[in-house]
Design a protein around this ligand. Structure first.
Ligand code: C2E
Ligand code: CA
Ligand code: CA
Ligand code: CA
Length: 279
């Protein structure tokens, strides 16, 4: 397989269709990937639209497969979710991300949040809050600098257990954001029932602004909703100056996307922080 994300994606789809053997091979190599140090956490900066400065990062995992090259999350997270490997993998990502964020603070950079994606499976683990507390303790990161990203569907499918787990996490001091906002359940009542801090406008809406009327209307509505519920609104997938101008004009708080930076290695993010220019 070629080493670009797209090509590996097609490669895997094809090989999954070929039967269980390849899937098993992939599962066992993914299982070993953590120990073999093949996973890497990349960081995509989140930018304040008021100041142009970096206010946080989102941690995004990559797999450097010895034969297949760079494997993107779309090509292994679903398998990890299916097999339950997402639990140790997700913990590993969280530990890395918290350790890195603590290191940036220790090196004297202004404290910032790190956002870590949680999977549905992790949110059902009754000891999740204990695990998160342990990771924060080990890495020395103050809980206020950890943000957990969940999707609407995960929250809505979750029953009372999920509320309980989220309350425990909340009382540790970590905060939550809703990822891909607007693409899942249409019920908004959960925004009040759950301890949520921020909503992220899904890339599919941001892509169409300012020219697509529906996307612009939806994006404005999400920003308005955020303001009236005192939620921070982060726009995802900002790729050009026109989209940015629209989001600024409508008072969106923060943005992330290729326009500012792709997800980059910890070292590359350190260089961005060091340059401290408004983006
Ligand atoms: P997501 O959480 O919605 O993450 C945003 C995705 O959009 C990332 O893809 C990011 O690289 C990409 N992106 C950011 N800005 C732009 C842009 O301007 N244009 C375009 N076209 N794309 C942009 P990535 O890193 O491939 O991750 C894909 C998905 O895999 C993530 O979507 C998330 O659902 C999942 N994922 C990644 N890392 C983890 C992880 O550690 N744990 C879990 N559970 N899921 C993860
Ligand atoms: Ca996310
Ligand atoms: Ca997203
Ligand atoms: Ca997504």
């Amino acid at each position: 397989a070629k080493s670009t994300g797209r090509n590996t994606y097609q490669y895997y789809r094809a090989s999954v269709g070929e039967g269980a053997t390849d899937l098993f091979a992939m599962e066992s190599s993914l299982r070993a990937a953590i120990e073999k140090n093949e996973l890497e956490v990349m960081y995509q900066p989140q930018i304040s639209l008021a100041t142009g400065k970096i206010t946080g990062t989102e941690a995004l995992v990559r797999w450097h497969h010895p034969e297949r090259g760079l494997v993107m999350p779309a090509d292994f997270i679903p398998l990890a979710e299916e097999t339950g490997l997402i639990v140790p993998l997700g913990e590993w990502v969280m530990r890395r991300a918290c350790a890195q964020n603590a290191e940036w603070q220790k090196d004297g950079f202004a404290p910032m949040r790190v956002a870590v994606n949680l999977s549905a499976r992790q949110l059902r683990i009754r000891t999740l809050a204990e695990k998160v507390a342990q990771i924060l303790d080990e890495t020395g990161l103050d809980p206020v600098w950890l943000e957990l990203e969940l999707t609407e569907t995960m929250v809505m499918r979750g029953t009372n257990d999920v509320i309980g787990i989220m309350q425990q996490l909340k009382s540790l001091g970590v905060c939550f954001s809703i990822d891909d906002f607007g693409t899942g359940y249409s019920s908004l009542s959960y925004l009040k029932r759950f301890p949520i801090n921020a909503i992220k406008i899904d890339r599919s809406f941001v892509q169409g602004v300012p020219h697509d009327f529906d996307d612009a209307t939806i994006s404005k509505a999400i920003i308005g909703l955020g303001h009236s519920l005192s939620l921070k609104v982060i726009a995802e997938g900002v790729e050009n100056a026109e989209q940015l101008a629209f989001l600024r004009e409508h008072q969106c708080c923060e943005a992330q996307g290729y326009y500012f930076s792709r997800p980059v290695s910890a070292d590359a993010l350190t260089a961005l922080l060091r340059s401290n220019i408004a983006m």
